[in-house]
Design a protein around this ligand. Structure first.
Ligand SMILES: Cc1cc2nc3c(=O)[nH]c(=O)nc-3n(C[C@H](O)[C@H](O)[C@H](O)COP(=O)(O)OP(=O)(O)OC[C@H]3O[C@@H](n4cnc5c(N)ncnc54)[C@H](O)[C@@H]3O)c2cc1C
Length: 218
């Protein structure tokens, strides 16, 4: 698989949406003891004004819940977004089923000009290295299974599992929190794999909050 979302394991599943563009408008209009029932042109202008002028609290009221499944090395970055997010994650202290691993089929080259990031080009000896990566991943699987066989506790055995292992979590956050995450992680400097997850979240939310999302994403 060439990207985490190109496989059948990765997941960005929209579970629940509380609110819509009107929720934002009415959170703002309560200051004047006013309420809109249908989103009109004035309301759209208000949303744009709020976003542009950093009046962000009305965007905290819509709440969105996702089920997400991504490799640990992507989740490690995702979890740095803390304010406005609630998360519950699968625990390998309790779960000892065979872990699922991400083994990309194309390995991007290091960019000598950048401290972080990568080139779009694939390493010259890609196939050979992918095969070695798959072998190392299999070895980690086998060692994990051996530790469990030897009655090592799952919470201890898990230490052998690589960062390519998938983790799954349920996440609830405000519309504003997701817009902030997406703005940061859609940046070309962000890791390609996290960009793909941010794109999927972006696709889900722009349909549900067409005016607010466009206003927040600039
Ligand atoms: C391209 C890229 C590269 C990165 N590289 C690194 C790296 O090399 N090393 C690394 O450690 N991290 C790195 N990060 C992570 C980055 O430092 C942030 O932790 C991450 O982007 C989440 O930022 P956030 O503002 O959404 O955080 P959140 O914790 O969600 O905070 C949201 C906002 O709340 C406010 N806030 C939060 N906490 C405080 C506080 N204590 N005091 C005052 N205001 C607060 C701030 O306005 C903040 O922007 C990188 C992020 C990106 C996008």
């Amino acid at each position: 698989m060439s990207s985490p979302l190109g496989d059948s394991i990765s997941k960005v599943e929209l579970l629940d949406v509380m609110g819509d563009d009107l929720t934002v408008v009415n959170a703002a209009r309560v200051s004047f003891a006013k309420e809109s029932t249908v989103l009109d042109e004035k309301d759209e202008k208000l949303i744009k004004y709020l976003a542009k002028n950093n009046h962000i609290t009305p965007f905290f009221h819509p709440q969105v819940r996702f089920r997400l499944k991504m490799p640990i090395f992507v989740a490690r970055e995702w979890f740095r977004h803390t304010i406005g997010f609630a998360r519950n994650e699968v625990s390998r202290r309790y779960v000892d089923s065979p872990p699922e691993m991400y083994v990309p089929q194309e390995l991007r080259e290091r960019d000598p000009k950048l401290k972080q990031g990568s080139k779009e080009t694939i390493v010259g000896n890609n196939d050979e290295i992918v095969s070695r990566l798959a072998d190392a991943t299999k070895l980690a699987h086998e060692c994990y299974a051996m530790l469990l066989d030897q009655q090592v506790a799952p919470e201890v055995a898990r230490m052998i599992l690589p960062q390519s292992m998938y983790t799954e979590f349920i996440e609830t956050a405000s519309l504003y929190a997701y817009a902030r995450l997406c703005r940061l992680r859609l940046d070309p400097h962000a890791q390609r794999e996290i960009q793909l997850y941010a794109e999927a979240v972006c696709d889900a939310l722009k349909d549900k909050f067409p005016v607010s999302w466009t206003a927040l994403m600039g």
